[in-house]
Every structure is written in C-alpha cells, then in structure tokens.
Design a protein around this ligand. Structure first.
Ligand code: SAH
Ligand code: SF4
Ligand code: F3S
Length: 521
C-alpha cells in the first residue's frame, strides 16, 4: 500500500501543518484537531483490477491487550447506526461481535454510548446527506462527552470526497475506516482512545477475505457472505469502488458456517453478495459455481435459504435447475432489471438486453411456475427519453413483479455516468417515478390477491410493529402476513390461510399447529 498521502493544505487556508511523516503514518494539524493518516482512499487505486492476488486470512481478530478494553475503568457501551444494504447490516454484526469480545455492551440510546459508529452507504446522494446531517448533530454530544469516540465506516469512508469533507467540516469525528479493514477496529479504537487524535485508515485495495471474525447475530434469520465486491462496473454505481473486486469465499468455509448455523437452530439464511451468480468464477482450479453451492446447501437442515443479489447476466441454466428442486430453496428471486430499454441498459453497462432479460424470466417461470420475482429499477438515467421510460413500464407489465425498489438516478462522483450529459429535468424524473410506482403497486396488489384463500407456510417473526395483538411473519416468498396467534409461536413455522390480501400485507388466520420449533444455540 502506498504511504504517499494527499496534500490537504488547499482545504485549510494556511491553518494546516504537517507535524510528522514516516512510513507508518502522516500526522497533520487542522483547526482544532491533530489527525493521524495511516492510509486514505484513492479513486484511482479503487478502479484497479487484477493486479493484487486475493489473500484468505484466517485471523484471530481481537489483540490480547484489547480483550478487556470495554471494561477498563468501568463498563463501556457501543452503538452502531447502520445504513445501506444487507452487506452493511451484516458488517455491523461483525463489528458488534468484535465489540462484545472486547467486553463492550450494546446500547440503543446513543447518548449513553462510549463509542458510536456510523456504518454508512454511498449508493445515492440522499443516503450520504442523511449521514452528514447526523454527524452534524453529534457535535453537541461530543462537547458534552469529550471521551466519546465517534467513528465513520462503511462505503462512504471509501470515497476521497467524503474523507475530505469530514476533515473540513466534521473534525469531531475520531475514526474513519473503510470496508476492507473492519477487522482493524480494535487497533484503531485503541489508537484513537489513547492519542486523542483523529485516526484515518482506509485501504484502497482490491480486497482480501478475512475469515473467522466474530459475529453477533440476532433473531432466527442469519446472513452469510458467500462473496465480496463487484466487478460489473455498471456506469451509475459506486459499489465496485467502495467494495473492491469480486472474490468468493471458499465453498468449504461457506458450508462450515451454514452447518454451524443449522446446528444453532437458525430458521432462515440469506446468502449475500453484490452478484451471487458470479460465485466461484474467481476460484482457480475449481469448476464450481453458485448452482453447485446451492445444491450442497439444499441438503443442510435449515428450513429456508434465500440469496441476494442476482445479476441477470450470470444467471445460468444450472442455477435454474437447482432452484427448481425447491426444498429449502425458496420460490423468490430478486432480479434487478434497472431499465426495460436495451439502449439504456447498454449505457448502464448492464451487459444484457431487454430480450435477454425477458427470456431469462420466461425460463425461470417455466421451471418454477409459482416463483415470485422482485426487482430494482432506476428512472431518469442521463438522457432517458419518454419512449425509453415507456419500455420500462411495458417490461413491468410483462413480468408483473410482486415488489420492486424504484429509484431516481443519483450521480455518484467518480462513476462514468456522472460524466454523461443529463438533459432530463428533475420534475420529469419525479413524475416518471410516480407513474412507475403506480404501476408497480397495481402488480403488488394483484400478486397478493392471487393468494386469497390459499394456505401459506409462515415463519413467525413476533408481534406486529403497530399492533401487539397481531403476529407478523413472512411467507417463503418473503411476503409480510399478519394473523392472530400466541406470541410463543415466534421463531416457528406455521400454516396460515390468507383471508384479506392488501397491497403491502396479507391478513390471514392460523390453520394448524406449529410444524417445527427453534432450538437456538
Ligand atoms: N448488486 C446489485 C445492486 C446493489 S445496489 C445488483 O446489481 O443488482 C441496489 C440498487 O440501487 C441497484 O440495483 C440500483 O437499482 C440502485 N442504484 C445503484 N446506484 C444507483 C444510483 N447511482 N442512482 C440510483 N439508484 C442506484
Ligand atoms: Fe453496482 Fe452493477 Fe455491481 Fe450491482 S452489479 S453492485 S449495480 S456495479
Ligand atoms: Fe450502500 Fe455499500 Fe451496500 S454503497 S448499498 S452499503 S455495498
């Protein structure tokens, strides 16, 4: 890793000083704060692929001297605020696992915390705005509690512009680290705590795989990473820069983790990757893909197995064949389309056409007739015409998704699409989003209506958020269902008859006694 650090003097109008510089870190003084820059993000390095070999590190995470850190001088508490996708949620579980191994206790009320981490998401501008707003609020808390350690990690930290902005406007932040060095949390915490300096360590590398980090999972559902990073470089997307290259965990490491989760009694797994269908492509000397991995996991005793996200381009026939075997592999596929127009798809660099996508949907529906398809759609991509947008509407009409996440395109610094000319006014983008959502809602309602009178298998999640007299659960296809029943059914699989399907929720009645009980380890 290069130890060359950037010149930040231009941001500080003379009130900037280099205190020291050696191969380990550069120390600078900015208004109100000394900063230790161990390494910092670089857009240039984040674009590189194929130069570094993936290392698999079977690491013992917590350094001996940090094992009691959370209890030294009285009990310490941590709070992690998570933004973004399941990948980030799961990274939070890893960091929580590390905090607990250092003797910390989790606290919901962040005014009571000794360490607060913001695990951030960079996918759209509004995600970033939220974090900067929250960081601003933290200034007061930090004044009241000078010993509070405030950290920013996750995808935003990987952006050069974000680190610059924190240095200029949020010098009360104590630690900045990225997605590649989560395992360094204990060391960075120690450094910030004793030095009282801001510590910046963001690695702009292609990425390694760190095994054996502790994880604090909650509830009856578990996330399992099968791969990290993304090599697709869709032109609008920041993820390949913030998460590094596509790299698969070894099948034996994934299977061992899944078996352990089964032993502990988890009821549902979600296998995670930005593009799970590319699983195994980077494993040398192995002819082993995502279909093969699912086929093995199928025989492990976990009632439900999901996965996300599936890129249409790498969805092969082997995978369809394995999914059609069902069992614990659920009949739900999240298959982001982004646009229904081939020209826009080309400019997004999605590497499939409208026809290819529709053909894939046809094959999936032929193999799994009751499959539920969901998707992601972007409207207002630079230069999108009304006709091109209508192709998206007609594709939605053809596929009839049960649910979709829809977004207005948000330019991301450093991505190719941010350089494209965008002549679509914001008012038009908003109007397109509204029209799209109206159509999507119609099919969500229709999809639910088709279940009227049917009996569905439900994993009971507990009391409904808004009504403690009602239980909430999920069908195999991940639909939310409410029904009356004993709270003790939480964590169990039951049968429910659908009586009243609505757009966002099904309402039903319990029809049988539980089929399975959870034995949590
Ligand atoms: N790896 C997944 C997507 C992860 S990001 C896949 O390829 O399917 C989740 C969704 O955010 C994307 O599917 C896309 O619809 C949306 N998204 C990503 N970048 C965006 C941007 N710059 N503006 C608006 N939406 C974006
Ligand atoms: Fe982003 Fe495309 Fe990778 Fe998904 S596949 S994470 S949209 S670059
Ligand atoms: Fe956001 Fe990073 Fe996930 S940008 S969507 S948290 S991979």
């Amino acid at each position: 890793m290069s130890k060359e650090t950037k010149d930040y003097s231009k941001y500080f109008n003379g009130s900037y000083k280099i205190l020291s510089e050696d191969e380990n870190a550069k120390k600078i003084r900015i208004p109100g704060r000394d900063v230790q820059i161990i390494s910092e993000p670089s857009y240039k390095q984040e674009k590189q692929r194929g130069k570094e070999e993936t290392q698999i590190i079977y690491e013992q995470a917590i350094p001996e001297e940090m094992k009691d850190f959370g209890r030294i001088g009285g009990q310490k508490y941590y709070h992690i605020q998570t933004y973004g996708c399941q990948m980030n949620e799961h990274d939070t579980e890893t960091m929580a696992g590390m905090f607990e191994e250092m003797g910390f206790i989790r606290v919901e009320d962040r005014t009571k915390a000794d360490v607060i981490l913001f695990n951030t998401c960079a996918i759209r501008e509004n995600a970033e705005d939220k974090v900067f707003g929250e960081l601003g609020h933290m200034k007061t808390l930090k004044l009241e509690k000078p010993d509070l350690i405030l950290g920013v990690c996750g995808c935003m930290s990987q952006e050069e512009s974000v680190v610059n902005r924190i240095l200029q406007k949020h010098a009360h932040v104590d630690i900045i680290f990225g997605t590649h060095n989560i395992h360094r949390l204990p060391n960075l915490l120690k450094e910030a705590y004793y030095s009282k300096e801001m510590v910046v360590e963001v690695w702009s590398k292609e990425g390694d795989i760190i095994e054996n980090l502790p994880k604090k999972r909650e509830g009856m559902k578990a996330w399992v990473n099968i791969m990290y990073g993304c090599d697709k470089f869709c032109t609008y997307c920041i993820v390949p820069y913030t998460r590094g290259k596509e790299r698969s965990r070894l099948p034996q490491d994934v299977i061992a983790e899944v078996r352990e989760l089964a032993r502990q009694g988890y009821m549902e797994l979600t296998l995670l990757g930005q593009n799970v269908n590319a699983y195994g492509k980077d494993l040398e000397d192995m002819d082993y893909g995502f279909g093969d991995l699912l086929d093995e996991i199928r025989s492990i005793g976990i009632p439900r197995v999901r996965f996300t996200t599936s890129h249409p381009r790498d969805f092969d026939d082997r995978l369809i064949e394995v999914l059609a075997k069902r069992g614990n592999l659920v009949e739900h596929i999240h298959l982001p389309v982004q646009s229904g127009n081939t020209e826009i798809l080309k400019r997004m660099s999605r590497k499939y056409s409208r026809e290819h996508y529709l053909e894939l949907v046809r094959k999936i529906k032929a193999a799994i007739p009751d499959v539920v398809l969901t998707t992601d759609i972007i409207v207002g991509f630079p230069g999108e015409t009304e006709e091109q947008f209508q192709d998206t509407l007609s594709l939605v009409e053809e596929v009839k998704y049960d649910f979709a996440f829809s977004f207005i395109y948000s330019p991301r610094a450093g991505t190719p699409a941010a350089e494209m000319e965008d002549n679509v006014p914001m008012a038009v983008k908003k109007e397109r989003l509204q029209r799209l959502n109206d159509l999507l809602n119609r099919y969500s309602k229709e999809g639910n209506e088709a279940l009227r009178g049917e009996i569905v298998e439900v994993l009971v999640e507990g009391e409904s958020k808004n009504n403690p007299d009602v239980l909430a659960g999920r069908t195999r296809t991940n639909k939310l269902i409410h029904f009356t029943g004993d709270k003790a059914l939480t964590g169990q699989l039951v049968y429910v008859r659908v009586l009243e399907p609505q757009t966002w929720v099904l309402k039903g009645e319990l029809v049988e006694t539980p089929m399975k009980t959870v034995a949590h380890g």
